[in-house]
Design a protein around this ligand. Structure first.
Ligand code: ZN
Length: 547
C-alpha cells in the first residue's frame, strides 16, 4: 500500500463531498426554510417563546405573522411555547391560538415551563428559586404542569428545576443527609409526583423534557440527579451556552464545554438525548455561532435558540444575522457527524462527582487539542485516558487505572492534583503523563505548543494520529473517518494533522466556517498542514486508500 497524495499541493480549493446534505441553489425568501425542512430529521433549529414573549409577541395576528416569518428566515422548524415563567402564567387562549398558528405554518409546537417564582422563595441564592419542601409550592408546581399538559404533548422544563434552600423546613426534612443528597432526593421525588405523574394523568401522551443546566460540576449540590432523573424523564436536553469565553461576568467558560456536556449527558441519556440550548447573552456574533458549532459537534439533534424576545433586540439580532449565514454549513456538519461514534481520549466524569480543585477541567483540556470522549463511567478498556480528581468518586478508579496503565500499557494523562499516584506505582511508567494544573484550570491555555505536542503525541499514539497546534485549537475525531479542527483564537493558527496508514485526507467545504483556511498535503505521510484564520473550522474526511 502506498499513499496516493501528490507531492505538496498548495491549495485552498475544497473537496466537495457528494454524499452530504442537499444544498442546491435554493434562493429567495424561503431558502433557509426549505433547507430546514429537508434537514429536519438530521438536525433542526428551535426557538422558545417565554411566557412573557407569548404575551408580548404572540397575542395578535400581526405578532404571530412576524414570529412565523422570523422562524422561517432562521430555519426554525420547532417552537416551544411557554406557559409559565417568573410567577406569570400566559393566557390559555393565546397559547392555544399560537400553537395552532405555528402548526398551520408547518412549525412543530411544544410547551415549556420555567419553574421560577412559583411559591415559597428559597432563603439562599437567586430570589426566583423555590423551596420545594414547601407543600403549597409543590401544589403550584403540579398545577402548572397540569395546565401545560392540557394543551401540549411535549413540555420542556427550563433549567431552574433545582433548589438551594436551607430554610428550617428544609433543614428538618434533610435530617442527617448531606445537602446534596437531600436536594437530589427531594427533586427526584417532586419530579415524579408533581411533574411526571401529574402531567401524564391529565394527558397520557405527554412527554416531559428535563433540560439540564450547563454547570455540570455542581448539579448534585442543587438537586439535579442526572442518573435518576434521566431514567425518569422522557427526554433530556442540555444547556450549551458558553457565552463570552473571556468575560468574568459570563463565567469565562471554555467553548469546548458545550461539546463536552452535550456528549457527557448524551452518554447517560443515549436515545433520550434531544438538543442543546444556548442564548445570545454576553456574546458577539463570532462567539454566538461557536455555541451552535459546539452543539452540532456534541451530536445534538436540535439547537434551541433562546429566546425569541431576546433575539429581536440589537445584540441578539446581530447574532442571528451571523448564524443565518452559517446555517447551511451547520446542517452539513450535522450530517457529517451524525451517528458516528466519537473517538479519542477517555474522559470520565462520574455523576455527582465533586470537582475538588479542578472545576470544569475537561472543558479546558479539550481546548488543548486533546480529543476527549466524555463518559459517566470509567472504562477499563480505554485506549488512552485522562483522569482528573472527579475520577476519585468512582470506586472502580484504582482497578481501572491499573488495567489501563500497567497491564495494557496504554497512555494515561493525570492532573498534577493526582500526581501522588505516581509514588504508589510499583515502577516508573513511561506511559504516565502529568498535566500541571495551577490555581485555575483555565491557566492551561498558557501552555505552549512545545509543551503540548509531546503530551498529544503520547495520548494520540493508539489512534495513530499526531496533532500539533497552539492552545485554544480543538480537535474532534469521529469514527476514524472524520476529523474536525476548530481555532478559537483571535489570531491565525498553524496546525499539522497526521494519520499513519494508507489514508487520503480530503478537506470538506463548509463555507463560511472555513473561509480563508489554506492547507497543503504532504506526500507519503498522510499529513496535512493548514493555517486556520481566527475562529474558523476545518473538517477533514479520512478515506482508506483502496488499491
Ligand atoms: Zn426550604
Amino acid at each position: 500500500m502506498r499513499i496516493r497524495l501528490s507531492a505538496i499541493a498548495l491549495t485552498s480549493v475544497f473537496f466537495s463531498l457528494a454524499c452530504s446534505v442537499s444544498l442546491e441553489a435554493s434562493t429567495g425568501q424561503d431558502a433557509l426554510w426549505n433547507l430546514a425542512l429537508k434537514n429536519k430529521d438530521t438536525f433542526r433549529f428551535s426557538t422558545l417563546f417565554t411566557a412573557q414573549d407569548v404575551r408580548r409577541h404572540l397575542s395578535s395576528d400581526e405578532g404571530l405573522d412576524k414570529a412565523v416569518r422570523w422562524c422561517k428566515d432562521t430555519a426554525v422548524t420547532k417552537a416551544f411555547i411557554e406557559s409559565f415563567r417568573g410567577g406569570y402564567r400566559a393566557e390559555r387562549k393565546t397559547l392555544e391560538n399560537a400553537r395552532d398558528r405555528f402548526r398551520k405554518a408547518g412549525i412543530a409546537a411544544s410547551g415549556c415551563i420555567t419553574t421560577t417564582t412559583l411559591g415559597k422563595k428559597s432563603v439562599k441564592g437567586w430570589d426566583s428559586i423555590c423551596c420545594y419542601t414547601d407543600i403549597p409550592t409543590q401544589e403550584r408546581l403540579q398545577s402548572e404542569f397540569e395546565f401545560a399538559a392540557s394543551m401540549f404533548d411535549e413540555i420542556m422544563i427550563d433549567d431552574f428545576l433545582f433548589t438551594d434552600c436551607q430554610c428550617q423546613e428544609c433543614q428538618k426534612a434533610r435530617g442527617s443527609r448531606s445537602w446534596a443528597d437531600f436536594r437530589c432526593d427531594l427533586m427526584v421525588d417532586v419530579s415524579r409526583k408533581r411533574i411526571l405523574a401529574a402531567a401524564k394523568k391529565v394527558n397520557p401522551k405527554a412527554k416531559i423534557i428535563i433540560k439540564y443546566p450547563q454547570w455540570y460540576d455542581k448539579f448534585h449540590e442543587r438537586g439535579y440527579d442526572v442518573v435518576r432523573q434521566t431514567k425518569d424523564f422522557d427526554l433530556i436536553w442540555v444547556g450549551t451556552e458558553s457565552r463570552d469565553p473571556d468575560s468574568q461576568r459570563w463565567g469565562r467558560k471554555a467553548q469546548y464545554e458545550s461539546y463536552f456536556i452535550m456528549q457527557w449527558l448524551g452518554s447517560i441519556g443515549k436515545g433520550k438525548t434531544g438538543g442543546g440550548w444556548f442564548d445570545p447573552y454576553g456574546t458577539t456574533p463570532a462567539t454566538y455561532v461557536e455555541q451552535a458549532r459546539q452543539t452540532v459537534l456534541g451530536q445534538a439533534k436540535n439547537a434551541l435558540l433562546f429566546c425569541y424576545g431576546s433575539l429581536q433586540q440589537r445584540g441578539g439580532a446581530a447574532d442571528v444575522a451571523h448564524l443565518r449565514k452559517e446555517i447551511p454549513a451547520l446542517f452539513r456538519l450535522a450530517a457529517l457527524v451524525r451517528e458516528k461514534p466519537i473517538v479519542g481520549i477517555h474522559a470520565p466524569k462520574p455523576p455527582n462527582s465533586p470537582p475538588k480543585e479542578e472545576p470544569y477541567i475537561f472543558d479546558f483540556v479539550g481546548m488543548l487539542g486533546l480529543p476527549l470522549v466524555p463518559s459517566a463511567e470509567i472504562d477499563p478498556g480505554a485506549r488512552a485516558a485522562f483522569f482528573s480528581q472527579h475520577a476519585l468518586a468512582d470506586l472502580e478508579f484504582g482497578d481501572a487505572l491499573e488495567k489501563i496503565l500497567i497491564r495494557e500499557g496504554r497512555p494515561v494523562l493525570i492532573t498534577s492534583h493526582l500526581g501522588y499516584i505516581k509514588g504508589m506505582l510499583p515502577q516508573q511508567l513511561k506511559n504516565l503523563h502529568i498535566l500541571k494544573v495551577g490555581n485555575e484550570p483555565r491557566d492551561l491555555y498558557k501552555m505552549t505548543r512545545e509543551q503540548l505536542d509531546p503530551i498529544r503525541k503520547a495520548l494520540l499514539a493508539p489512534f495513530r494520529i499526531e496533532f500539533s497546534a497552539p492552545s485554544r485549537v480543538a480537535l474532534y475525531l469521529y469514527a476514524n473517518t472524520l476529523v474536525v479542527i476548530e481555532n478559537f483564537n483571535d489570531t491565525p493558527a498553524e496546525v499539522t494533522f497526521a494519520k499513519k496508514g494508507p489514508y487520503i485526507i480530503s478537506p470538506v467545504s463548509l463555507t463560511p466556517m472555513d473561509d480563508g483556511v489554506s492547507y497543503q498535503k504532504v506526500a507519503g505521510a498522510g499529513t496535512l498542514r493548514a493555517t486556520l484564520p481566527p475562529r474558523s473550522l476545518l473538517a477533514l474526511i479520512l478515506q482508506t486508500e483502496l488499491r
